[in-house]
Structure formats: C-alpha cells, structure tokens
Design a protein around this ligand. Structure first.
Ligand SMILES: NC(=O)c1ccc[n+]([C@@H]2O[C@H](COP(=O)([O-])OP(=O)(O)OC[C@H]3O[C@@H](n4cnc5c(N)ncnc54)[C@H](OP(=O)(O)O)[C@@H]3O)[C@@H](O)[C@H]2O)c1
Length: 324
C-alpha cells in the first residue's frame, strides 16, 4: 500500500510517500481502506517526537479516518468486512490501509460522507466533552474560544452555539475570524491587533466570560482567564502556540474561578458510554445542520507533509482532509 512514512522525528520535511506492506489485523483489530483521513495539530507534534504518544518508527501520521473495513482480526464481531466506519486510529490514517482497534470504530452514519466523517470525531468530540462534561456550559452563558478558526476551535464555536451559549471567537486574522462568523460566532476578536482582555470585558459585560476554551496557550491564556467572572471556568485544551503558560493561582482564588484540564482521548477510554452518547448527539447535530466540519482543503498523500508544515506555521484554517 501507499503511505506517508515518518522514519525519523525531524518534522514534516522528513516525511515521504512510499510503499509499505499491507497491514494485517491483530486480535481485536480491523483493517480499514481509508477513503478519507483528516489532519490534527497532534500530527504536527508526533512527527517531531513532541507528542505524548510516541509510535515506534517508521509510522504514518493521521489519527482519524473514515473508510471501509477490508479485514477483521480474531475475536472481532463488529464491524464486519464491507462495513463503512469512522475510526480513531491514533496514527496511521495517512495511508491507503490502516489498522484500527475495533472498539475505536463506529458505523458511518447514513447521510454523512467519508470526508465529513473523517473530519469530525476528534475535534468535535474534544469540544463537546470539554464544554459538556468538564465545563458544564449552560444556555445563555458566554463562551470565549481561543484559536477559534482551527480544528478544535471551529468545533467549540459550533458546539457552544448548539448548547445555547453566546460565543466570542478569538483568532489572529480577519480571514480566520470571517470563517468563525460563518460557523456561528456571535462576536470576534483579533488577538494580534486588539487588547484581548479589554475586548472580552467589553463584550461579556459585568458578569464576565463564563467559559474559556483555550487550544492555544502562550500569551493569550492569562488575559482570557482574567476576563472570566465569578466561578468562570478555564478549559486547558492545548498549547498550539508552543508555550505552556504559567498562571498566577490568585486568579483562581479571586472569583472562585476553575482551571480545568481536558484529555478527551483518555476520557473516551475511561467512559465509553459517555463517549458514545456524545458521538450520537454530534451525529444528530450534524444531520440537523447544527454542526459541520470546516473542511478548507483536500489533499492526496503527496500533500500531507506540506499541509502539516503549514499547520505548524499557523497557515491552515479549519480542517485538512486527506484522500489517499
Ligand atoms: N486536550 C485534548 O483532549 C485535545 C484534543 C485535541 C486537540 N488538542 C490540542 O489542541 C490544540 C489545538 O488543536 P487543533 O487541532 O485545533 O489545532 P489547529 O487546527 O492547528 O488550530 C490551532 C490554532 O492555534 C493557533 N496558534 C497560535 N499560535 C500558533 C502556533 N505557533 N502554531 C500553530 N498554531 C498556533 C492558530 O490560530 P491563530 O493563528 O488564530 O492564533 C491555530 O488555528 C493542540 O495543541 C492539540 O494538541 C487537545
């Protein structure tokens, strides 16, 4: 099979497209013919050896996919050969065939195409879990999303709107903010040009921001935390800016704010029933047109290295889909 191959942890420039032996499913696993995969920020970290999960070399990037089951391993009752599925592979999806644990697949819902299906589980799953189980976001509350035009950011905007919140999208250019408005943001802030704290205060009013969804870290986290009001909740999603901020804990004491970590991948394994419920809701929202992945580019395997490089350079909007 053809695959994007990472044989040294030197970033996207060291990725190559080549031939690998067709994979065989182990016990509890299935092999999926990948019709679509999508890229996520962790792919950019993984090919540099900077992600918490470090697959043995060589490996292919790509944490999520949609496709057709071509082989099943020992003990697998579902899915069956020929079934269309969504799969969370962790890595390996940027290839023509990918091994996935059967337990990390779900049937492809009728009415959702391979591209949309490959581009929603990880980002929307993260966003909904963060806003629902971790932050307990309530209708009428104000949600500020940092890195709002990215994969998890657009998902947070749409899930926030679907949950009845007022959403303030924060990103680094007018083009990015226009995409956020298209996906439902009520207000937008360019945090490179505007004073983030002052603008959040002005928009949120006396009560302050209720929930911050921070997928960026770096210099934006502290002003966003300061803009939260009494019992505001600050969601630690990721550090796309590269810098893990160190926040003064007196900001938590004052106003009884909560700083809350989110680790969607581990939560899905610890609470499979909760994960299944969230996926069911997300599929229903997608079929009802309430959420829709912002697919801005489609590439073949040859385009993966460049897309991951641009993702690291902050040049990608929404989601990149890979059609192997
Ligand atoms: N906690 C979890 O369970 C979980 C799950 C999924 C993802 N994550 C993490 O969430 C973060 C975002 O993931 P994503 O898939 O949404 O990423 P993404 O699509 O690449 O979006 C990240 C956003 O961060 C902003 N950014 C600021 N400085 C940046 C820099 N130096 N390089 C790249 N981007 C920069 C960019 O927006 P602006 O240019 O507008 O600032 C970009 O749109 C990652 O750190 C990822 O590992 C965590």
């Amino acid at each position: 099979m053809k695959a994007v191959i990472c044989s040294k942890l030197e970033g996207p420039a060291a990725l190559a497209v080549g031939e690998l032996p067709d994979p065989k499913p182990g016990p509890g696993q299935v092999v999926v013919e990948v019709r679509a995969a999508s890229l996520n920020f962790p792919d950019a970290l993984m090919v540099r050896g900077m992600y918490q999960v470090k697959p043995p070399l060589p490996f292919s990037p790509g944490a999520e996919l949609a496709g057709i089951v071509r082989a099943v391993g020992e003990g697998v009752e579902r899915p069956r050969v020929g079934d269309s599925v969504i799969g969370l592979s962790g890595h390996g999806a940027c290839a023509q065939l990918c091994v996935v644990d059967a337990a990390r697949t779900m049937p492809l819902p009728e009415g959702i195409g391979f591209d949309d299906a490959a581009a929603f589980a990880l980002t929307y799953g993260t966003a909904l879990h963060a806003l629902r189980e971790v932050a307990n976001l309530q209708p009428g509350e104000t949600l500020a999303v940092l890195g709002a035009s990215g994969g998890t950011g657009i998902a947070a905007i749409e899930c926030g709107k679907a949950m009845g919140a007022r959403v303030i999208a924060c990103a680094s250019s007018e083009e990015k903010l226009a995409l956020c408005r298209k996906h439902g943001a009520d207000e937008t802030i360019d945090y490179l040009k505007e004073d983030l704290r002052a603008r959040l205060d002005a928009i949120a009013g006396k009560k302050g921001v209720d929930v911050v969804f921070d997928a960026v870290g770096g210099p934006h986290s502290e002003p966003a935390l300061r803009a939260t009001g009494w019992r505001g909740r600050f969601l630690v999603i990721g550090f796309a800016a590269g810098e893990i901020p160190k926040l003064p804990l007196n900001l938590a004491l004052l106003k009884e704010r909560q700083i809350l970590g989110v680790y969607w991948g581990d939560w899905t394994r610890k609470d499979p029933a909760g994960h299944a419920r969230n996926m069911k809701d997300l599929v229903a929202w997608m079929l009802a047109g309430k959420v829709r992945p912002a697919i801005t580019e489609r590439v073949g395997l040859e385009g993966v290295a460049d897309a991951i490089a641009r993702m690291s350079d902050r040049k990608v909007l929404g989601k990149v889909v890979v059609n192997p």
